[in-house]
Design a protein around this ligand. Structure first.
Ligand code: ADP
Ligand code: ZN
Length: 433
């Protein structure tokens, strides 16, 4: 354990520490970020009205557009000369969201990342191959800093160049792989087609996978392919980057490092704070961030939280799996469809390579849902492959879950584009009105 005195705090101690830091941070944001001063004023409140954690609900939310509106320097509470690093979100459309760090912020982030690795069982003996993208994306440097803070060895392959990636994995005797789950799935496939036996040729024991939603089926597949234990890591650039929450060795929910993050779960429609155990949108306040002290930041990520003690001895509350983003939900012909529902169905059918799929929605007047999915390479090459029969079965199983009929297209193995970063499973061709 990296910081046992913090990691093993009891719930009351955590709440006390959070309250002290929260009250200080609210004042700090109010005094140093004009946007917050203005918002507080509009609400008719000052930091004096925030006396306890329970007063948090009085503070207005911060949303992604607030960061965009303050492009390029974000919601800066310090002079630019005190900023030592910036990152920008992977947002592909519109204005990127820029985030900034002081020296102390970077130190905090490194420490959180070291804890994140360590909670998953990584030690300084490990050789960690970091296949997240280095650069503006927080994944690369975040996972990199953590390796060094832990004192393990970094193999900074970054994303891409998959052949060299696999060679390094074998030659360096990599024991830990850090990557998006999509890229890990692709690496498993590529390893086999390059003639490796992942269980024999590689030395992997732990995987640090995050930056996008992934299913239990994907976890099972990655674990079986590489013979490793796959851990879910959650974060986002607005909250330093990766390392907000991680699954410990018990793989039963993601511990939120609650000395640094105050989490609330809200009803995404009304903004009302929900009681423990209710599913809603995660809202975070960073408790010590210097450069960019976000208060009540709405993530759009849907999940439930539990404060129950974990078998690992930690009381830091756990996210019981991210259910996806509120804006991931598709409305097809009036029916709500989550891409993760489709993924579950596809991954459960052994005759498919269910991780390689694409959802296409078309429609001028009536919406049409197409699901393209690759067939499992072995099954595809076998005599038993009957395209029409399998297609019908997939369509039936999807219909049972979605309550609407999707048209399924079975593709030969390797047809869909592979990703090195986050997967893009949805193509919506409908004209936005
Ligand atoms: P963006 O993709 O918005 O440009 P980030 O790269 O910081 O910015 O991505 C953050 C988002 O990625 C989170 O809000 C969440 O939706 C998703 N994400 C990150 N980690 C996970 C995870 N372990 N499980 C599910 N979703 C995740
Ligand atoms: Zn635990």
């Amino acid at each position: 354990m990296i910081d046992p005195e913090i990691e093993l705090m009891k719930t009351e101690q955590i709440r006390k520490l959070q309250e002290d830091r929260f009250l200080r941070q609210v004042r700090y944001a109010y005094e140093n970020v004009p946007m917050y001063k203005k918002r507080f004023k509009e609400r008719g409140i000052t930091p004096d009205d925030i006396r306890r954690l329970e007063d948090a609900h009085k503070i207005p939310f911060t949303v992604k557009d607030d960061l965009r509106d303050h492009y390029p320097y974000g919601i800066l509470a310090v002079p630019v000369r005190d900023v030592v690093e910036m990152h920008a979100s992977s947002g592909t459309t519109g204005i990127p969201t820029v985030v900034t760090y002081t020296e102390r912020d970077l130190r905090t982030w490194r420490r959180l990342m070291a804890r994140t690795y360590s909670a998953a069982g990584v030690t300084r003996e490990d050789i960690v191959q970091n296949a997240y993208g280095y650069g503006l994306f927080t994944g690369g440097l975040g996972f990199h800093y953590g390796i060094q803070e832990l004192g393990a060895m970094a193999v900074p392959t970054a994303t891409g160049n998959t052949k060299r990636q696999l060679k390094m994995m074998k030659d360096m005797k990599t024991t830990v792989l850090a990557a998006t789950p999509s890229y890990a799935l692709y690496l498993g496939e590529a390893a086999k087609s390059e003639g490796y036996d992942p269980l024999e040729d590689f030395n992997l024991r732990i995987g640090m996978f995050g930056a996008e939603p992934w299913s239990e089926e994907a976890r099972k597949k990655i674990q079986e392919t590489f013979g490793l234990r796959a851990h879910d890591v959650y974060g986002m650039s607005e909250l330093y980057g990766p390392g907000v929450a991680v699954e410990c060795e018990h793989q039963n929910g993601l511990h939120i490092w609650s000395d640094e993050f105050l989490v609330e779960v809200i009803d995404p429609k009304t903004g009302e704070v929900l009681p423990e155990g209710k599913k809603g949108e995660l809202v975070f306040t960073m408790l010590t961030r210097e450069a960019m002290p976000l208060l009540r930041y709405r993530t759009k990520d849907l999940a439930t939280i539990t404060w129950e003690e974990c078998e690992c001895g930690r009381y830091h509350p756990r996210i019981m799996r991210i259910k996806g983003r509120a804006d991931d939900m598709l409305i097809v012909g009036g029916v709500n469809v989550f891409p993760s529902q489709i993924e579950h169905v596809l991954m459960d059918i052994d005759e498919l390579a269910g991780e390689f799929f694409q959802i296409v929605i078309e429609g001028e007047i009536l919406d049409k849902l197409y699901v393209k999915v690759e067939v499992d390479p072995k099954f595809y090459a076998s005599d038993g492959y009957d395209e029409a029969k399998l297609k019908k079965r997939v369509e039936d199983e999807l219909q049972a879950v979605l309550t609407l009929r999707a048209r399924v297209e079975l593709l030969p193995p390797g047809s869909l584009p592979r990703t090195e970063g986050k997967a893009k499973h949805v193509v919506d061709l409908r004209k936005k009105v």
